[in-house]
Design a protein around this ligand. Structure first.
Ligand code: HEC
Length: 122
């Protein structure tokens, strides 16, 4: 009788520990900028980030574009949108961590193949 109760409480302790470990792992894993980009941005910016002339989206792979548009400005566009264009605000739709991840991804598109990215992020 007693041992049965003990077994059950041990089981629930194990279940709680497992749930905690799963939660911790989820919190620790960084959001994937590439996945976010493909899901939420690629329809306007292209799967490759090169943009579409028809809707005036910039070419994120162009080092000249990268140089002319610092990350501060990109974050501002992401948070507030670009007035008068199709670029809408993602405030409240993406977390700060997700915004940072997708900006890191855009940054990585600007580095030439074979050359290290200006800001190395893995
Ligand atoms: C509905 C279409 C659309 C979607 C979806 C979209 N964008 Fe844009 N985005 C645009 C357009 C159009 C521009 C060009 C605005 C301009 O003319 O300055 C732009 C511009 C930008 C710029 C450049 C801002 C600057 O001038 O420095 C960044 C960075 C950007 N988008 C990031 C993103 C990211 C990241 C996502 C996904 C989370 C996204 N966009 C989703 C249409 C879109």
């Amino acid at each position: 009788m007693r041992s049965k109760g003990l077994k059950i409480s041990l089981l629930s302790v194990a279940a709680a520990a497992f749930a905690t470990a799963t939660l911790l792992r989820a919190a620790a894993s960084k959001p994937s900028g590439k996945a976010i980009f493909r899901e939420k941005c690629a329809m306007c910016h292209g799967m490759d980030g090169k943009g579409f002339a028809a809707i005036h989206t910039p070419d994120f792979t162009d080092p000249k574009w990268q140089a002319a548009h610092p990350e501060k400005e990109r974050l501002d566009a992401l948070k507030n949108g670009v007035k008068g264009t199709a670029m809408l605000s993602f405030q409240g739709k993406l977390s700060d961590a997700q915004m940072q991840a997708v900006l890191d991804y855009i940054q990585s598109l600007g580095s030439k193949p074979g050359k290290p990215a200006p800001k190395k992020k893995k």
